[in-house]
Ligand binder design. Structure first.
Ligand code: TXA
Ligand code: MG
Length: 326
């Protein structure tokens, strides 16, 4: 396949096609926000249900403001500190935002991705690009152009931008007035932790609390998401394969001949970067089961994004008390 140029990518998008774009988190499947045809193709290509809203990617805070109707000082402070970077901010939408993007909600997710090619593409587009991760709905997200090609073969053109540095999707944060108090709620954990966002707001002299919350909608919120092609089972760190084999096989009603154990790197930045590549590697290299140890030293906030993805990607978890979580 010939390499897709920026100008060709722009032309395809303006004409209502989807194009896969690189970001620092994962590759996105982009459609132009002002093309209903492009937006529809995102959902049909991904086989994504319409109830899951899309994130709009822009290259400047000015564009973000034009697409929203209540850009607060809290949004502005977080955007100035974190963009371009892996933070999605939810704000009330402006009328120009198509309801397909927001699943009919009155809010929209906005993010300025930190990737030079995509920033250049965005600088040439009026408005922005709606882009969910470039994978079939519910499956493992792509962190390289090859992953996108494996998923969609030659039905989707890819803007090649190398491997994704961060490796897991952006932190999704909403700004809400609760009992007369402004709060930042994190609906999907990621590279930017609650502690980090709190520090940014404190440094700006804003008295706003930051906490984790269940999403009112669903940032990858369904119980199962990010799933690899073979079962993934989380086991306590003190167990080995022979101790869990019978129990896993009877629970999944399957015999496993080539289980792989993945010991997460000790550095959470590295663990996030490698996560999705590893999940793919194991099935491609002929394994039939992935085992991951639940590690008590990984309870800190910097691991939250990784364990959030693993918990949704898992088929089962065996707890210390020998009970199963599904
Ligand atoms: O890092 C990322 O965010 C990647 C790259 C491509 O930018 N994109 C991504 O998109 O992860 P997606 O569609 O896989 O996840 C976006 C999540 C959705 O699950 C959705 O529920 C949430 O963001 N979201 C979007 N708009 C929202 C809104 N108005 N309110 C609450 N959540 C929203
Ligand atoms: Mg996704």
């Amino acid at each position: 396949m010939t390499k897709l140029s920026l100008s060709k990518a722009q032309e395809l998008l303006l004409n209502g096609n989807v194009v896969a774009i690189p970001t620092e988190t994962v590759y996105g499947l982009a459609g132009w926000i002002f093309s209903e045809e492009g937006l529809r193709k995102i959902f049909s290509t991904k086989e994504r249900p319409f109830f899951d809203p899309l994130i709009v990617h822009i290259d400047t805070i000015e564009k973000a403001k034009k697409l929203t109707s209540d850009w607060t000082v809290i949004h502005d402070t977080l955007a100035k500190a974190c963009w371009p970077g892996p933070l999605t901010l939810i704000a009330k939408k402006a009328d120009v935002i198509h309801p397909l993007i927001t699943s009919g909600l009155d809010s929209v997710g906005l993010r300025c991705p930190n990737h030079p090619l995509t920033l250049e593409l965005l600088s040439k587009m009026e408005g922005g690009l709606a882009a969910p991760s470039a994978n079939k709905f519910g499956k493992t997200s792509p962190t390289s152009a090859e992953h996108v090609i494996q998923e969609f073969a030659d039905t989707v053109e890819v803007l090649e931008g190398g491997a994704c540095e961060v490796g897991i999707e952006s932190t999704v944060a909403g700004v809400e007035l609760i009992n007369d108090q402004w709060k930042v709620l994190i609906f999907r954990p990621g590279f930017f932790s609650a502690q980090k966002l709190q520090q940014i707001l404190n440094d700006a002299g804003l008295e706003v609390g930051v906490s984790y919350a269940e999403s009112p909608v669903a940032p990858g919120q369904l119980k199962h998401h990010y799933m690899p092609n073979i079962p993934l089972v989380i086991i306590p760190e003190n167990k080995n394969w022979s101790e869990v084999k019978d129990s896993i096989e009877s629970k999944l009603n399957q015999t496993f001949l080539r289980p792989a154990i993945w010991k997460l790197p000790t550095d959470p930045i590295l663990a996030a970067r490698e996560l999705y590549q590893k999940l793919r590697d194991f099935s491609e290299h002929g394994h039939d089961l992935i085992l991951i140890y639940r590690n008590s030293s990984e309870n800190s906030e910097e691991w939250k994004g990784i364990w959030n993805r693993l918990e949704k990607a898992k088929t089962l978890e065996l707890t210390d008390k020998s009970t199963w979580l599904e």
